[in-house]
Design a protein around this ligand. Structure first.
Ligand code: FES
Length: 275
């Protein structure tokens, strides 16, 4: 059993929370870019979550979750002292951290959480790190302080203009390039449609772009095929081949279609819970 050591509501919206969970075996080995699959109890679905932070000495893993469905709503209600039944990881291939030069780390919505440890590791590797963090509005913008602490510069974007640049994260990236800054690589993590927009923006510029895919997962070990995506015309399993891929090669439209497969069941489960 894996105990919740700390719970913190992120942003003004109560639907997004940070949990620091006691999982020493995972904390010992995890690297930026990897993920865990959690299950609250035996009846819950398995949820893949890219790690937000880790503390090897304390033996803890930090995850961020938003109440978007039946199981995530249950996790959202967990308090300090609650337990996860399963907390499996670290899974996936770690981010390729090296000194690229200047890197832009983009996090959209909840995607700011997984991009945080990658940006920090890139900074520690000697890169100049410019971060672009975006949200629909200021109330659901997360981890601004944490991102500022490990970045050389942070550009905030909100769809409604309630904070920072009005527009999308691509507008934030564009504002950096407009200043004449030579960017050597981009990491973009967030909703699939956002990662698609970033990849479409950087492709004609020949700008290396890494995205982190978060498809439906079941076993997380490459056996079930649930997480398959198409990359450069080849089938890849996000759980063992990723979750990070070359954004210019990912078939985002197919990924979005597959993510929508169980939307009706999810709605029914949520309604059932509320009855
Ligand atoms: Fe089963 Fe990836 S989750 S193959």
């Amino acid at each position: 059993m894996y105990r919740v050591m700390k719970r913190r509501q992120l942003a003004a919206a109560p639907s997004i929370i940070l949990l620091e969970v006691e999982a020493p075996a995972v904390a010992k080995k995890v690297e930026p870019g990897q993920f865990v699959i959690v299950r609250m109890d035996e009846k819950s679905e398995r949820i893949p979550l890219t790690v937000t932070d880790f503390n090897r000495e304390k033996g803890t893993i930090t995850i961020v979750i938003q109440d978007v469905g039946y199981s995530s709503a249950m996790i959202n209600e967990m308090q300090e002292g609650s337990y996860f039944q399963d907390f499996v990881g670290p899974l996936g291939v770690p981010s390729e951290i090296e000194n690229y030069g200047t890197v832009v780390c983009i996090g959209g919505g909840l995607g700011v959480a997984p991009v945080y440890p990658i940006a920090r590791a890139l900074k520690e590797a000697g890169n100049k790190v410019i971060s672009v963090i975006g949200a629909k509005n200021a109330d659901i913008l997360i981890l601004e302080e944490e991102m500022s602490a490990i970045s050389d510069e942070v550009v905030v974007t909100t769809d409604d203009g309630s904070k920072g640049v009005k527009g999308f994260v691509t507008n934030g990236l564009d504002s950096i390039l407009q200043k004449g800054i030579k960017v050597d690589a981009v990491w973009a993590i967030g909703p699939v449609v956002m990662m698609k927009s970033v990849a479409n923006f950087t492709r004609p510029l020949g700008l290396k772009t890494i995205v982190s895919m978060n498809p439906i997962m079941v076993d997380g070990t490459g056996m079930c095929g649930a997480c398959r995506i198409s990359v450069g015309g080849e089938t890849k399993f996000a759980c063992v081949d990723g979750p990070e891929f070359d954004g210019h090669l990912v078939d985002f439209d197919l990924a979005m279609k597959r993510l929508a497969f169980y939307r009706d069941e999810e709605e029914r489960a949520k309604i059932g819970k509320n009855c």
